[in-house]
Design a protein around this ligand. Structure first.
Ligand code: GLC
Ligand code: GLC
Length: 816
């Protein structure tokens, strides 16, 4: 069953009933000011850091779900009836309803008894504010008198404090109201030099800034007393819960539409110019007033909304495919690319499942996210790489996370996840292949952000490789440390204390736990390193990396091979994990995917066997589970993985991030049907028609779909902020459709099922435009046999680099 439909033309998902199984969210903002918004206008906003600069409140795990938002109320002043055009929070049954989630904006509207209310929410490019453009239309045959109330609840900035420190918070809230603009200035008198503003374009009948006055004692957002009575109280908050609401009265002739613009924004003042007049305690509004005045104009709003749409057209235009499969096209061209940009902006901070309080930027996560957006925003990817690398430790190791505001490694989360450094090599290699910008390797980058420790970025990569070589176990496989890609495989942790973090608890010394997965990952990274070193004329490093990759391949093929699949690890005591010998957790997906992606076993039959085992033991109609059999007991020696009930998360959930590794492996092993089949099983657009089972948004990937051992098999969780986005984008665009940026050109290497025809791609690459046509008849399989560029035949399947700027090339590739 569906709750809406795709509108590919407008690049929107249109939700047609408000009571989706879960809040289906979207993101506002592009650079510094961000928000999440659900299909019923729930969500919150923040400036740069969702914990430290939270503008508005939101309540996770509330009942009903998704409370706290950008709510508008309409009241029919004849009858006294009131409702919310976004359905929440009043939940009045509406005559019609739709939410159009687009790229960086949402339009939520409905009709109730002949009055249409529709709000466009978006953040203009390069501004620290959000616009709500509200349109109210009288579709009746008689005049209407309508009261409009907007509303938001301010967060006292630090979101964790705001949720916990009530003895202080209930006394600190402060606002100013001037010319109808509500300024939230809690803590501005002392150490903060920022405030929030909430402004409205229409003449006001009144306002409110104290929550209890607006809602009424013991009332919720579903029936504010002010809205019920149709009269604001002009309350000024002192302590308690500062909020903002404007009351606007609209007289609408039959057929008439009126537009009201509402702004919510963030503003900073210089430390020594905070007050006006100086010496007073009144906010200096000199800087913000012109901004407010500008965006309260309808023509400006219209123009900057068009700019936002053009911005996305530009970004997405870098890669567009036309395959004839709507599921492939809309994901590659619109939603998967968009999700990759959202992971770039948000990392793992704010979503329906990430509270904005918990996690900084992951070292490994950020490097992987890069794979999905480097072609769209290469300059920002460059900056991101340098930020990440600057948190690296002199040993080549890494803090597991860093804080976006300070860009420093996060000591609380620690380090010692022994896969982390290898991802930096992969991130940089992807950047180099996309841009050819070898100058990045020369950038001086410090270690642990310590000035004076700078070396060229290239040296960071070298140390990343060396980090693994310095930490090999008895089988010649990499020691796992705290964990590898699987944060929950904690082989040195042995935690018996409730509530203790598996990721940061002091590890037990003296073990020999090794990871086959890191073995595969290392081979991939070391081969990338060899290629980078060779191009740089560093033959010694190139040889070292290539030799190390070869030695690791041997170790994986011997100690890492179980007969029918790759083993997962060796535990603290040197006992095998992920083997037929084990009672639970005999086979894991990660090494099957990653080892083959690294090229291991493709020549000697191991890959074939491993992939057959994946199909037999791990594949389900909803995707490939992480391990089998699931753990049904807590295994002290394995850690968090065995704490999850079977079928969820890292314990035999369909951890979607890992599935594309198998898709790529299948493509590399020349199994096009299998590659695409796995792709389609977790493709959100394909799953749209089982939305009542999948439950998460049908336009983006979720981190997890419940596995076959769970009672809710097929149910997705943790949508949006997941490495799943980048890796699926890589799998479909680079390995199945086969359009791949390489150091020396653009590889055209599709691996397509027999029942597919050809397809077209347009791709900007190194400043040139490539119009690519892949010719293939249905029934035919195989790789590209002939390639022409600009009508001239070339050998192989690598389109050479452009030689000048602004070139464009017609590329024809013939399969079979
Ligand atoms: C989460 C983490 C990621 C990790 C994965 C598997 O998605 O963000 O870093 O690799 O879980 O544990
Ligand atoms: C938990 C989750 C894992 C995530 C980690 C982050 O272990 O299961 O997915 O990566 O927390 O700290």
């Amino acid at each position: 069953m569906r709750y809406g439909h795709f509108d590919d033309e407008r690049r929107e998902y249109v939700i047609t009933r408000p009571d989706t199984p879960l809040p289906w969210i979207n993101y506002l903002g592009n650079e510094a000011y961000f928000g999440i918004i659900s299909n019923t206008a729930g969500g919150y906003s923040f400036y740069r850091d969702a914990r430290l600069r939270r503008l508005t409140r939101y309540r996770y795990n509330n009942a009903p779900l998704d409370l706290g938002g950008r709510y508008v109320y309409l009241r029919d002043d004849e009858s006294g009836e009131y409702w919310s055009p976004s359905w929440q929070p009043t939940q009045r049954e509406l005559d019609d309803y739709s939410c159009r989630h687009g790229l960086g904006y949402s339009i939520i509207g409905s009709t109730y008894k002949g009055i249409r209310g529709e709000t466009l929410y978006f953040v203009p490019l390069a501004e620290n504010l959000e616009v709500w453009r509200i349109r109210v239309t009288n579709a009746r045959t008689t005049p209407a008198r309508i009261s409009l109330f907007d509303s938001i609840e301010f967060c006292l900035w630090e979101a964790l404090e705001d949720n916990t420190n009530f003895q202080r918070n209930y006394s600190t809230g402060q606002v100013e109201v001037e010319d109808g603009v509500i300024y939230h200035k809690t803590e501005y008198r002392e150490r903060r030099d920022h405030f929030a503003f909430f402004a409205c374009s229409a003449p006001l009948a009144g306002f409110d800034t104290q929550r209890e006055d607006f809602l009424g004692p013991y009332r919720g957002w579903d029936r504010p007393i002010v809205v019920e009575r149709g009269a604001a109280t002009d309350s000024v908050a002192h302590g308690w819960q500062p909020m903002g609401s404007h009351h606007v009265k609209l007289e609408l002739a039959p057929g008439e539409t009126k537009e009201v613009i509402v702004l919510l924004g963030y503003q900073e003042n210089p430390k020594d110019d905070k007050f006006d007049p100086p010496g007073s305690q009144t906010i200096n509004k000199k800087r913000v007033k012109p901004v407010i005045a500008r965006y309260l104009q309808p023509a400006v709003v219209e123009r900057v909304f068009t700019d936002l749409r053009d911005y996305w057209t530009g970004l997405l235009g870098i890669l567009q495919v036309h395959t004839g499969s709507e599921h492939v096209d809309r994901m590659v061209n619109i939603w998967n690319a968009y999700q990759c940009m959202v992971t770039f902006n948000m990392s793992r901070s704010a979503s329906g499942f990430e509270s904005g309080i918990g996690r900084g930027m992951g070292f490994r996560d950020s490097n992987q996210d890069l794979l999905g957006f480097v072609h769209m925003v290469p300059a920002r990817a460059r900056e991101r790489i340098l930020d990440i690398a600057a948190t690296q430790l002199p040993t080549g190791g890494a803090y597991h996370q860093y804080q976006p505001l300070t860009k420093r490694g996060n000591n609380d989360v620690g380090g010692g996840f022994n896969d982390d450094p290898a991802w930096l090599v992969l991130g940089v290699a992807a950047y180099l292949k996309e841009t050819g910008d070898a100058s990045i390797l020369e950038e001086p980058v410090p270690y642990d952000n310590q000035p004076g420790t700078e070396t060229p970025l290239y040296e960071h990569l070298r140390r990343s490789i060396q980090y693994t070589l310095d930490r090999l176990g008895p089988h010649g496989l990499p020691l796992i440390g705290r964990a590898d890609w699987n944060d929950c495989l904690n082989l040195n942790c042995f935690s018996e204390t409730p509530g203790e973090s598996f990721q940061t608890t002091e590890n037990k010394e003296g073990g020999v736990a090794e990871s086959v997965f890191i073995g595969g990952l290392f081979v991939l990274a070391a081969n990338e390193m060899a290629a980078v070193a060779e191009r740089r004329g560093d033959a010694a490093e190139a040889a070292l990396a290539a030799d190390a990759a070869a030695a690791m391949t041997k170790a994986v093929e011997t100690a890492g091979w179980d007969g029918d699949w790759f083993r997962r690890a060796y535990d603290y005591f040197g006992r095998v994990v992920g083997s037929k010998e084990c009672a639970e957790g005999q086979i894991f997906i990660e090494p099957q995917g990653m080892c083959i992606v690294a090229g291991i076993g493709l020549e000697n039959g191991m890959a074939e066997k491993a992939l057959a085992s994946v199909r037999e033991r791990l594949a389900t109609p909803h995707g490939i589970v992480l391990n089998n059999p699931a753990f049904t007991y807590y295994h002290l020696e394995l850690g968090e993985i065995s704490t999850y009930p079977q079928g969820y998360k890292e314990n035999a959930g369909i951890f979607c991030h890992t599935n594309p590794w198998v898709m790529i492996a299948e493509a590399m092993a020349d199994h096009p049907e299998a590659a695409l089949d796995y792709y389609m099983r977790i493709n959100p657009s394909v799953r749209e028609e089982i939305s009542e089972v999948h439950r998460c948004e049908p336009y983006v990937y979720a981190q997890m779909i419940a596995g076959k051992d769970a009672p809710t098999h097929g149910e997705a969780k943790n949508s949006w902020l997941s490495g799943t986005a980048a890796w699926n984008f890589v799998a479909i665009s680079q390995w199945i459709l086969g359009i791949r940026a390489e150091h020396d050109g653009l590889r055209i290497d599709p691996v397509l099922p027999a029942d597919w025809g050809g397809f077209k791609v347009s791709r900007w690459f190194r400043g040139a435009k490539y119009e690519i046509t892949v010719h293939k008849s249905t029934g035919v399989t195989g790789r590209v046999a002939r390639l022409t560029v600009g009508g001239r035949e070339i050998s192989g399947n690598l389109v050479p680099l452009p030689t000048g700027p602004d070139e464009s090339f017609d590329v024809e590739a013939f399969v079979g």
